[in-house]
Design a protein around this ligand. Structure first.
Ligand code: ATP
Ligand code: MG
Length: 292
């Protein structure tokens, strides 16, 4: 459709596109047949049309603003997660290496001192034994703190090993059976999306411990087609649709957002008295071994 030639226009009416007395533009109609072609009714019709067009344009603009704002927030949340994860890795390493080594050195020096005590210095020997025991306990605490902050397994041996460790740890700590079905082939995730999936597993297991009143939990992890799928299924009370939809369920929102940042998704399903299933899907980010 071409523009009409202006010199053939015989009558024209224009009305502004107004939002809160702010003009977004104007709407014109013209006639090529005769002068004075438009009656007051036509103008009123054009005005009502213009007000609807103005609202539609403003809505589209606001919608775009909200969408872009949401996108920015998601980017920021993703950046903060990664920064937090890097920080945890650094602190975990420092606690493990620096503190761990200092405590080990202390233990060796203490043993050196204890060896130099005379047989009759029983009181001092007992004291040294007690101190040595305390150092051992502290080394264990330091190791646990470091692992909880960032399981080194995740960096050293990968997702499958970390998931295995987490399932065992959960089972021991909670005294709850944790059945693990792990297919190690095709878990083709880079470090950051693998960390996201691991944190989703931790949050899902924490929820089982805190809310499910379950007697057992099953964890499935496998690579299928183009994605890695994690399912955490318990046999407890079952999450409700209201709890899933609640905007205060920050743990659930966190799981969804972590996955979403890497192009994945998390879904929740609950059946009253029959348990809850959390399913996380992440698109694979690495090519299989041997492929370029
Ligand atoms: N496995 C589960 N079984 C039964 N209910 C669950 C389960 N997981 C979550 N819920 C319900 O969903 C709610 C929301 O979970 P969400 O993880 O968002 O919050 P939370 O665990 O209460 O707190 P936090 O923010 O510390 O995670 C829980 O309060 C609980 O009522
Ligand atoms: Mg939670």
């Amino acid at each position: 459709m071409g523009w009409p030639k202006l010199n053939t226009v015989r009558s024209v009416v224009g009305v502004p596109l107004l939002i809160d007395e702010r003009a977004l533009g104007a709407l014109f109609i013209d006639s090529h047949s005769r002068p004075g072609a438009f009656a007051p009714d036509d103008v009123r019709l054009l005005q009502s049309l213009a007000s609807q067009v103005a609202v539609a344009i403003e809505n589209a603009r606001l919608f775009e603003q909200v969408r872009a704002g949401g996108e920015q927030l998601r980017e920021l949340a993703g950046y903060l997660q990664t920064a937090r994860e890097d920080e945890r890795t650094a602190i975990a390493r420092e606690i493990h290496d620096e503190l761990g080594q200092a405590l080990t050195a202390l233990k060796i020096d203490l043993a050196w001192l204890a060896k130099r005590l005379f047989d009759e210095q029983d009181e001092l020997k007992d004291k040294a034994t007690g101190m040595s025991q305390l150092i051992d306990d502290t080394i264990q605490i330091v190791r646990r703190m470091s692992t909880e902050m960032r399981p080194g397994l995740l960096d050293d041996l990968g997702l499958a090993a970390a998931v295995e460790w987490q399932a065992q740890e959960f089972s021991e700590r909670m005294g709850m059976a944790c059945e693990l079905h792990l297919d190690e082939d095709d878990l083709l995730l880079d470090r950051d999306p693998a960390t996201a999936l691991f944190r989703i597993l931790q949050e899902a297991l924490t929820n089982v411990a805190r809310h499910a009143q379950a007697s057992q939990v099953r964890v499935d992890l496998e690579g299928r087609a183009d994605e890695v799928v994690l399912v955490v299924q318990d046999n407890g009370v079952g999450i409700t649709p209201e709890q899933i939809a609640d905007r205060h369920s920050l743990g659930l929102i966190g799981m969804r957002e972590r996955a979403r940042f890497w192009g994945g998704q998390v879904t929740f399903e609950g059946a009253a008295g029959r348990g809850t299933a959390v399913t996380a899907r992440m698109p694979q980010t690495r090519a299989p071994e041997g492929c370029q």
